[in-house]
Write a protein that binds this ligand. Sequence first.
Ligand code: ATP
Ligand code: PRP
Ligand code: MG
Length: 285
Amino acid sequence: MNKIKIAIQKSGRLNEDSLKLLKDCGISIDNGKDQLKAAASNFPMEVLYLRNGDIPQYLRDGVVDIAIIGENVLIEKGEDINIAERLGFSKCRVSIAVPKDVAYTSIQDLDGMRIATSYPNTVRNYFKKFNINPDIHLINGSVEIAPNIGLADAICDIVSSGSTLFKNNLKEVEKMLTSEAVLAVSPTISSENQQILNKLQFRIQAALKGRKSKYILMNAPNNKVASIIKLLPGMRSPTVLPLAEEGWSSIHTVVEKDSFWEVVDALKANGAEGLLVVPIEKMVL
Ligand SMILES: Nc1ncnc2c1ncn2[C@@H]1O[C@H](COP(=O)(O)OP(=O)(O)OP(=O)(O)O)[C@@H](O)[C@H]1O
Ligand SMILES: O=P(O)(O)OC[C@H]1O[C@H](OP(=O)(O)OP(=O)(O)O)[C@H](O)[C@@H]1O
Ligand SMILES: [Mg+2]
C-alpha cells in the first residue's frame, strides 16, 4: 500500500509538538527508541526523523513528501517549497541584535559590520533592500555569544522570549521576519500521496480549530436567554435546552479561546450561572 513520507525534526524545538499534532490527528506511530524511521499503524504514513535544517533539500529531492519544519528555515533555504498549512506552534522571529551599550539609530549603522548568523541568505536578502552589504560570519549554534568574544559586531538569530539576548547583553534592533511551524510539501509529491495529504490536512485543520476553541455550558433563567444568545457566536447558533427546574434553561456553545474571558464576563453580567468550560478535541465544520 502506498504511504506518504513525512519528515519530523529528530530532536529539538519542533519534535514534541509535531508528534503531538500527529497524535491529535488520530495517527499512532510505532516509535522504537532511537529509530530514524517509523511507520504509522493506522494511517498510510511513514515518519522520518531528520534535522530541521536538512529538510528543505529532502523535500526538493522527493526523499520525503511532506515535513513539519520551521518557516524560517524555508525562508532561508526553501523559498521554492510550498506551505500547505500553518501549524501555530514554535512561534518566533528572526532578528538582528547588537550589544546593549552600542548606540543604534538605523540599519545603515550596520554597513561594513561583521554579522554572525546561521541564516546567511535571510540576512543578505534583508540587507539588499537597504543597499547594505554585510560581512557575514556563518556560525551553526550559540550565535549570541559572538559579539562577547570579539567574533562579530552584531548577530542575526531566532528570538522568542528575548531571554537569550538579555543574558548575553544584546538588544534586538531589527525584526526581519516572524516564523511558526508549518507543513511543507515536496514539489515532486505524487497524486496518490497528494490524496493522503488532503486527508491529513483535513484532520490537522480539525485538530487546530479544536485547540482554538472551548465548549461552554451555562444555566440561565428563561427571561435572560435572549440577551445571552446575543453575546454568543456558536458554530451555527447556540443550543438551548430546558432544565428540569421550571423557568430555567441550559445554553451550550463554542467560543474562541482568544475572546473567551471577555465573553465569560459578559455572560455573567447578563445572568448566566454555573458555567462549565470543556476542551474541544476536534472541530469539523
Ligand atoms: N526559542 C524558540 N522559540 C520558539 N521557536 C523556536 C525557538 N528556537 C527555534 N525555534 C523554531 O524551531 C525550529 C527548530 O529549532 P531548533 O533549535 O530545535 O533546531 P535547529 O538547531 O534550528 O535545527 P536542527 O534540527 O537542524 O538541529 C527553528 O527553525 C525555529 O523555527
Ligand atoms: O528568545 P529566547 O526565548 O531566549 O529563544 C531564543 C533562543 O532559542 C534558540 O536556541 P535553542 O534554545 O533552541 O538552542 P540552540 O542554539 O542549541 O538551537 C535560538 O537559537 C535562540 O538562541
Ligand atoms: Mg535552536
